[in-house]
Every structure is written in structure tokens, then in C-alpha cells.
Design a protein around this ligand. Structure first.
Ligand SMILES: C[S@@+](CC[C@H](N)C(=O)[O-])C[C@H]1O[C@@H](n2cnc3c(N)ncnc32)[C@H](O)[C@@H]1O
Length: 270
């Protein structure tokens, strides 16, 4: 039976918390060392270029679904004046706070534990930039409400910068044992995905986990949710490389699909 929005996000919070120590075991020593350098940034090429074009220096920025906050901290290293990261998984945020302390960035970077559908009201209309990066939209049971929340965080004229997996990628299943990734699902398949094999996408290890629930949103639904929220599309770029490492072999496929995108929306009607 379908769950409520709260039931989905509550279950996902448990599943994400469960994954935190696994991600930390692989990444944190290196990240802790890297963030001793005040210039360290972790963004992929296209999103970095987009953030530089939009301009981060001196801006107030919020990253929604920031995970362990490495990108929120990167925004501070790029010169943002106020950096807020929000995530529901407190275990990841605890690792982020350690990194912020190592970087000496406590005065500029704040991590807030909250379900995105239940954000503190005092964040509204406070930011020049709202950032979401790879792997956020598929955790959102209610896309229209999600975009209304992102729009509501922006000052008038503020920018949403979003980096995501391309929805076409969700048609594929990754190849196993050297096989190629292949199309297994309809683009229009909108069932809720329930998984119990964990979220260890760094280690690649499957483990018996609490169930997590994800949602494959189509491109038309994503764009219209942004536009319906009161934002205007400023730029949209499809990527020919796999920022998710979900089906990286497709990068070399002669029938390569778009693998990701970076888009910018502006708060306000043109
Ligand atoms: C794939 S990770 C995003 C990682 C991000 N691109 C990064 O590199 O840091 C997705 C994050 O969304 C968070 N999340 C999922 N549903 C959420 C919700 N309803 N409210 C707040 N955070 C949520 C998870 O806890 C997880 O940290």
C-alpha cells in the first residue's frame, strides 16, 4: 500500500543514517585531510563552472540534501559569505561538523538537521543561491512541493542551481560481471522503488538494510515543477559523462544517452 510522504521520508532517513559509517570508512580520512586546505573544493567540472558563472563570492547559499556537507564547505572555500546545508540524516551531518571544525569554518557554515518538507520557516526568502547536487530528486516523493520549497528559500531574483542524474539513466540497469548496462525499464515507469540492499554506493557493497524508497521523476515533470513554482529556466545542459557512476560504461557506448544535467532557474517570472 502507498505510504504517506512523511512515511517515505522517515524510512529514508533511517536508511541514510545506516549508510553513514560505511561512507565515512571509505571517504572521511581523505576528506578531513583535504579540508585543511582552505581552497579545497569537491565539485565536478560542469557544476563548478556553473557556480562560477552564477557567482558564489559574497553570496548566501543553501545546499538542500547536503549529506556530509563537503559541498556546503566547498562553497565557503569558493567565497560564499553564508553557507547553510540541510539534510535529514544526522549521522552524515555529524561527519560534516567534524570537517567544518577541521576547516575552521564554524562561523560561515551551518548544518541543519531537517526533513526538506519541514524546513524551519526562518530560512525562507533568505538565499541568493539554492544548490542541489547529484542524487537528490529521486528521494523526493512530492516533486511539485519540493520545487515550491526550493523557490521559497530564494530571495527575489535568486538562483536555483541543480546537478542531477538524467532521468533516461533510470531506464538502465548496470551490467554485472563485465556485461554492459542495458535498458530494462520504460521511461514512463513511475512505480515507487523499494530497496533493502543498502546505500553503499562508494564501497559498492550490498548489505541487508532498512527499506529505502525512491522515485523516478521524468524530465517534463522536473521542468514543469520548477516553472510552476514561480521560477524561470535560465540554462539547461545535458552531460555526456556519468556523475553518478551508476552506468559509467555508457560513456563509451556508441548509442550513448544523456547521463546527467546541470540547470539554473531564477526566482521570478520573466
Ligand atoms: C545522494 S545524497 C546527496 C549527496 C550530495 N550530492 C553530496 O554529494 O553530498 C542524498 C541526500 O539526501 C538526503 N535526503 C533524502 N531525503 C531527504 C529529505 N526528505 N529531507 C532532507 N534530506 C533528505 C539524504 O539523507 C542524503 O544525504
Amino acid at each position: 500500500m502507498a505510504k504517506t510522504r512523511e512515511e517515505y521520508t522517515r524510512a529514508n532517513r533511517v536508511a541514510w543514517n545506516e549508510a553513514a559509517s560505511r561512507h565515512a570508512a571509505i571517504n572521511n580520512d581523505e576528506l578531513f585531510e583535504a579540508f585543511k586546505n582552505p581552497d579545497h573544493v569537491t565539485f565536478e567540472d560542469e557544476i563548478l563552472e556553473t557556480l562560477l558563472r552564477v557567482g558564489v563570492k559574497g553570496k548566501s547559499v543553501i545546499q538542500v540534501c547536503c549529506n556530509n556537507g563537503v559541498e556546503t564547505l566547498s562553497l565557503r572555500n569558493m567565497g560564499a559569505s553564508r553557507c547553510v546545508g540541510v539534510d535529514s540524516a544526522e549521522e552524515f551531518l555529524a561527519h560534516g561538523r567534524q570537517m567544518i571544525e577541521i576547516a575552521g569554518a564554524e562561523d560561515q557554515v551551518e548544518l541543519i538537521q531537517s526533513d526538506v518538507y519541514d524546513l524551519p520557516r526562518d530560512l525562507e526568502a533568505s538565499f541568493d543561491i539554492v544548490l542541489t547536487t547529484i542524487g537528490v530528486l529521486s528521494w523526493m516523493p512530492d516533486l511539485e512541493a519540493f520545487f515550491r520549497i526550493l523557490q521559497g528559500l530564494l530571495k527575489p531574483g535568486g538562483k536555483l542551481v541543480m546537478e542531477e542524474m538524467h532521468p533516461i539513466l533510470f531506464m538502465y540497469e548496470p551490467g554485472v560481471d563485465g556485461d554492459k548496462s542495458s535498458i530494462q525499464h520504460s521511461y514512463f515507469d513511475d512505480h515507487v522503488w523499494e530497496e533493502t540492499t543498502g546505500l553503499d554506493y562508494y564501497g559498492g557493497e550490498e548489505y541487508e538494510s532498512q527499506p529505502n524508497f525512491s522515485f523516478m521523476h521524468r524530465l517534463d515533470a522536473i521542468l514543469m515543477a520548477g516553472i510552476n513554482s514561480g521560477m524561470t529556466l535560465q540554462s539547461f545542459k545535458e552531460l555526456d559523462y556519468d556523475i553518478s557512476f551508476f552506468c559509467s560504461d555508457l560513456e563509451d557506448s556508441p548509442t550513448k544517452p544523456p547521463l546527467g544535467y546541470v540547470m539554473v532557474m531564477e526566482n521570478g517570472k520573466s
